[in-house]
Design a protein around this ligand. Structure first.
Ligand code: ASP
Ligand code: MG
Length: 425
């Protein structure tokens, strides 16, 4: 008998029908002879609605209270799911993150899991129950307050529980059939990936692919927990994310040259104009940004115009941090010494990811050729061993993603990329 951890996202449990459908799937896994732990997200857009509500009563809700509020979303779905399973004649018990032993640090709204002590979950499944766990939440080790793990955190809950329970597999159920070579909402011809390595998946997640969260993949790699991403709306095999290629029936899956194209329109660009071209300037700028606890992504420095001895430095960062970064830089303007700041939130990032590019010359050239054929202008470039990213105008992103996808032969012959649910909100 195996132990399976399954996770169902908000779009899979968006309404009573969805909850009943998911309950049936969970019962099937149990009837196949497994112990089952199911992690569940809040129904549909509940989390967004709760955030909207909080902002109506307070422009800056206190982190502790916001966590208390948001965790209610997952409690609703876990209790309803347990009821639906019982209605099918099977035993189920629901547990909050805290009851399930998800211990975190005390950073409200984006807590990190520091330990999982799933004693109650183990006992519950050993007694024959299906255990339902509220995703996205835990309890702070120090303050004993309820915390949340950051948006989309239920995936991380599932992987962390799978690791702590030494599960055989962690199945992440979502509203698409797996991980695709591009976002199926943008590329109709996106192809489902059968297997992808943790490394390539980490790069895709870091580059804006939303199907799995970066933190969740990181956790899975650290504990070597294979993830199976699949749809709760179809019975198809999904995508396996693991360290080694898996065998699918008689089909040996190979490492692809290119895993996929990711895009991200959630970032903005700040340009610091008129920075003296001397040692210590970049340090002063990025120390200021770091002290404001802002993570940056790409950086470029232009060559200085010899006559002025001044240069411009641009960097990208999450749009949500834009205001904070501008304020921090303005406050240190005298100390750093620059002329002005430019803020641009009409940018987008396109990334090509694949371990094969390490050993295949010409990938970069083909990537740039595809963009230029599509008439897309490149503003910034950054690379890692297995990724090339460019920043373009935001409006160019869909066209650019499709062009690159086609150029690298990733288009599928059939329209298999079905989006079953979700508002993409
Ligand atoms: N309900 C939370 C969110 O919408 C957590 C999750 O869905 O994983 O972010
Ligand atoms: Mg959600």
């Amino acid at each position: 008998m195996g132990l399976v951890v399954q996770k169902y996202g908000g779009s899979s449990v968006a309404d009573a029908e969805g909850i009943k459908r998911v309950a049936k799937r969970i019962v099937e896994a149990k009837q196949n002879g497994n112990q089952v732990v199911a992690v569940v997200s809040a129904m549909g857009d509940t989390t967004d609605e709760l955030i909207d509500l909080a902002e109506q009563v307070s422009p800056m809700p206190a982190g502790r209270e916001l966590d208390m509020l948001l965790t209610a979303g997952e409690r609703i779905s876990m209790a309803l799911l347990a009821m639906a399973i019982k209605n099918l004649g099977h035993e189920a018990q629901s547990f909050t993150g805290s009851q399930a032993g998800v211990i975190t640090d005390s950073v409200h709204n984006k807590a990190r899991i520091i330990d999982v002590t799933p004693g109650r979950i183990r006992t519950s499944v050993d007694e024959g129950n299906i255990a339902i766990v509220a995703g996205f939440q835990g309890v702070s080790q120090d303050s004993k307050d309820i915390t949340t793990l950051g948006r989309g955190g239920s995936d991380t809950t599932a992987v962390a529980l799978a690791a702590a329970l030494d599960a055989d597999v962690c199945e992440i159920y979502t509203d698409v059939d797996g991980v695709f070579t591009a976002d199926p909402r943008v590329v109709k011809k996106a192809r489902k990936i059968d297997w992808i390595s943790f490394e390539d998946m980490l790069e895709l997640a870091a580059s804006g692919s939303k199907v799995l969260l970066h933190r969740c993949v990181e956790y899975a790699r650290r504990y070597n927990i294979p993830i199976h991403v699949r749809s709760s709306f179809s019975g198809l095999q999904g995508t396996w994310v693991s360290s080694e290629p898996i065998n699918q029936g008689d089909k040996q899956v190979e490492q692809a040259l290119i895993s996929g194209v990711a895009h991200d329109t959630s970032e903005a660009k700040i340009t610091v104009v008129g920075v003296p071209d001397k040692p210590g300037e970049a340090a002063a700028i990025f120390r200021t940004i770091a002290d404001a606890e802002i993570n940056i992504d790409m950086v470029v420095q232009n060559v200085s115009a010899a006559s002025t001895g001044l240069t411009d430095i641009s960097f990208t960062l999450p749009k949500t941090e834009g205001r904070k970064a501008i304020d921090a830089l303005e406050k240190n303007r005298a100390g750093i010494g620059f002329d002005s700041l430019r803020y641009d939130d009409q940018i987008g990032k396109i990334s090509l990811v694949g371990a094969g590019m390490k050993t295949n010359p010409g990938v970069t050239a083909d990537f740039f050729t595809a963009l230029s054929d599509a008439g897309v202008n490149i503003e910034l470039i950054s690379t890692s061993e297995i990724r090339i990213s460019v920043v373009t105008r935001k409006d160019d992103v869909p066209e650019a993603v499709r062009a690159v996808h086609t150029a690298f032969g990733l288009d599928s012959d059939s329209d298999e990329a079905v989006v079953y649910g979700g508002t993409g909100r």
